[in-house]
Design a protein around this ligand. Sequence first.
Ligand code: PHE
Length: 339
Amino acid sequence: MLDKVTKLIDDVQTFKTTSKEEIEAFRIKYLGSKGMLKELFTEFKNVDASLKKDLGQALNYLRNAATNKVQELNEAIEDNQVSKNIYGDLTRPSEPIELGSRHPISLVRNRIIDVFSKIGFTVSEGPEIEDDWHNFTALNLPEYHPARDMQDTFFIEQDPDILLRTHTSSVQVRYMENNEPPIRTISPGRVFRNEDISARAHCIFHQVEGLYIDTDVSFADLKQTLLYFTKEMFGKSKIRLRPSYFPFTEPSAEVDIYWGLETEIDYKITKGTGWLEIMGCGMVDPNVLKNADIDPEKYTGYAFGMGIERIAMLLYQIPDIRMFYENDVRFLEQFKSVL
Ligand code: PHE
């Protein structure tokens, strides 16, 4: 019987499994109420007294070994589960890494900045909440001037007037006040006008305005710069300037580019003319220079301004300006591959 018990001890010690069911079967087999040990202890009662000492020790050893084994195997399974919870299933494929995209307004703004920085323009920025002087008065738009109606304004406070800037020309006034000519700067930024929201207009939009002041700056310089810009930006090299009016420039013009009439979309966006208006421009009015303490006898300059949304709508064929502000990922995702 001792040999049998020794053999069983060996079996118990070498037993291995990671299955809960097999551990339970093992426990029942050895330690259960009708198990092997129960049987052996019953047999043990009838064994010759001379053998009892060794056999008793062996049986106790077997019982402890089986009890420890069950505990050990159960613990191993638990440990395994804990580490599974921490690391998850290490063989699973990894989460796909989503690549973000730039907003089309940023894409176009960055491109405009690139084009102008190549010819020496710096970038200047200013506050969105402005005073009356920088947004209107310094730009030759005195109080009660009818041209103020061209830009419906959001006022924040009255007397003195504090408002949301209606154009980034306000940044150019600040720049002229703080810098000596030669000045060559573009001012990108967000502007606000109290306009009804539709597919073509929004009360918040973005502009880039440019300003160049030096001795002997002429209208020819302005034209050449605009031509360079439209070539770089749109790959189009035909532009025309139509006389227009802005209080801060004299003479003033509206810039059209020849877009072409090759496709149905060309017809639609140019209303069948082939021409598209993209910005306003002109020679800086001497009063504006004077207001910023720049001598108009010595210096001349040109200025221009364009809406970023309008250009983005042209470049990416976006039919509704409201799409820029809805943050619909289905819209934004389409700009992933654009740098
Ligand atoms: N500030 C004008 C606007 O917002 C644009 C402009 C800038 C026109 C400079 C002429 C010269 O409409």
